[in-house]
Write a protein that binds this ligand. Structure first.
Ligand code: FE
Length: 204
């Protein structure tokens, strides 16, 4: 690939299958990474390349190639970033300690760990694409669980995602069928809180 082309790269899975088998089966582990996630990275590169030469004089709200590229730029960009965040805090044992800064802040902002978990799972059940625990660095610094119906619709601008759960069917149907709550419960039990706490501490 030459220097003037976009060069977002497909990152390897940060955790081995053995550590996440309670959340997904082995085929989903492979399909989700190699087909879905890689598809967002590759299309993001393709779009960024096309944006270097698209005819901007034809920009139009009802239809234009430029509009399509700008819409899919964030679909594929967020599709890339959200999947990387999703896997990044997996592979733990769900154990958390009150001395962790993130857990202290969760208790402060949600009332208790269990109330955060209840809200996270309810948000994951109510959304079509993602539930994302984020820190709102631009306004009040609070933690919130945001509902994304699709990759690029639903988050709050300026909020930094810390933990993400993919709630599209491709993430869980092969193992859990329609029981999305069971999948979300398994996911929360598999969070690596040490890692999540490290990410949180970069923003306080
Ligand atoms: Fe996905």
């Amino acid at each position: 690939m030459s220097n003037n082309e976009a060069d977002h790269t497909v990152k390897n899975m940060p955790v081995p299958y053995e550590k996440v088998k309670s959340v997904m089966d082995e085929e989903t582990y492979k399909w989700h990474h190699d087909t879905h996630y890689a598809g967002y990275v590759n299309k993001r590169n393709e779009i960024e390349k096309e944006l270097t030469s698209v005819d901007r004089s034809k920009a139009n709200v009802n239809y234009s190639l430029f509009r399509s590229l700008k819409l899919e730029e964030t679909w594929n960009g967020n599709g890339t970033v959200l999947h990387e965040i999703y896997w990044d805090t997996m592979g733990g044992d769900g154990r958390h300690e009150e001395r962790m800064e993130l857990i202290k802040q969760i208790i402060k902002d949600f009332g208790s760990f269990d109330k955060w978990k209840e809200d996270f799972i309810a948000t994951g059940k109510a959304g079509r694409g993602w539930v994302v625990l984020s820190i709102d660095v631009l306004t009040d610094g609070k933690l919130r669980n945001f509902l994304f119906d699709v990759h690029n619709t639903g988050g709050l601008v300026g909020s930094i995602p810390l933990i993400a759960a993919d709630t599209f069917e491709h993430a869980y149907y092969h193992k859990f069928g329609p029981d999305r709550a069971a999948y979300l419960n398994a996911l929360v039990e598999n969070i690596d809180w040490q890692k999540a706490d490290g990410k949180f501490k970069q923003y306080i």
